[in-house]
Design a protein around this ligand. Structure first.
Ligand SMILES: Cc1cc2nc3c(=O)[nH]c(=O)nc-3n(C[C@H](O)[C@H](O)[C@H](O)COP(=O)(O)O)c2cc1C
Length: 187
């Protein structure tokens, strides 16, 4: 099975992102098309980009944390980025993590699971698309967009709706549809 890295972009204590990412991981497991792994940027704890050379230059990485992140990302055949919307964009920790690498991302599909209080995170997804394209990732059109005001219950717990479940399945289906084509391209 192709390996799917599900990247959790929020690093805040008490984040909603943990519940969203764990829900999507369950959806990915039930879907059955991927070997899914949760990659938590909070655990990864990358410093602000501190490599002397840009990843696109293809020189050996200087730092162990970059080599570790490179190995995790290179192992994946596809990605899903689970991200909140912050000030109509996406978290700085995510941009930093993306900027660390280049060839590891190339010619691999990426999907977005976004969430926010007012927009469901759509603006974060739209800001991410040119960034992932610069890294030669291929974003899928299907997305999961979660309006937290509706998706959280009275106790603040995530209560996934049927439309969320359907969106997760459609997104995973599309990701799985193009993953083999891009694997062929890479080989
Ligand atoms: C710094 C910051 C900026 C935010 N900006 C937006 C925003 O532009 N649009 C929106 O819908 N929600 C916004 N929110 C609300 C977040 O989407 C909501 O708090 C969500 O829980 C954040 O994800 P997290 O808890 O996983 O970090 C913002 C929250 C924070 C902390």
């Amino acid at each position: 099975m192709p390996r799917l890295n599900v990247i959790l972009a929020s690093t805040r204590p008490n984040r909603a992102g943990g519940s969203v990412a764990h829900w999507f991981m369950r959806a990915a497991t039930e879907h059955g098309g991927f070997d899914a792994h949760l990659i938590d940027l909070a655990d990864l704890a990358l410093p602000f980009l501190d490599e002397p050379d840009a990843a696109i230059d293809g020189k050996p990485y200087r730092h162990e944390h970059t080599r570790r992140w490179s190995a995790i990302s290179a192992a994946a055949d596809a990605y899903t980025i689970v991200t909140p919307e912050y000030n109509q964009g996406y978290p700085a920790a995510l941009k930093n993590a993306l900027d660390y690498l280049y060839y590891e991302w190339n010619d691999k599909p990426v999907a977005f699971v976004t969430y926010g209080m007012s927009s469901g995170g759509l603006r974060a997804a739209h800001m991410l698309k040119p960034v992932v394209s610069a890294l030669k990732m291929v974003p899928v059109a299907e997305t999961v967009t979660i309006h937290l005001r509706q998706a959280l219950d009275a106790d603040g717990r995530l209560a996934p709706s049927q439309s969320m479940q359907n969106a997760a399945k459609n997104t995973l289906d599309e990701l799985l549809r193009i993953t083999p084509a891009l694997a062929t391209l890479r080989s």
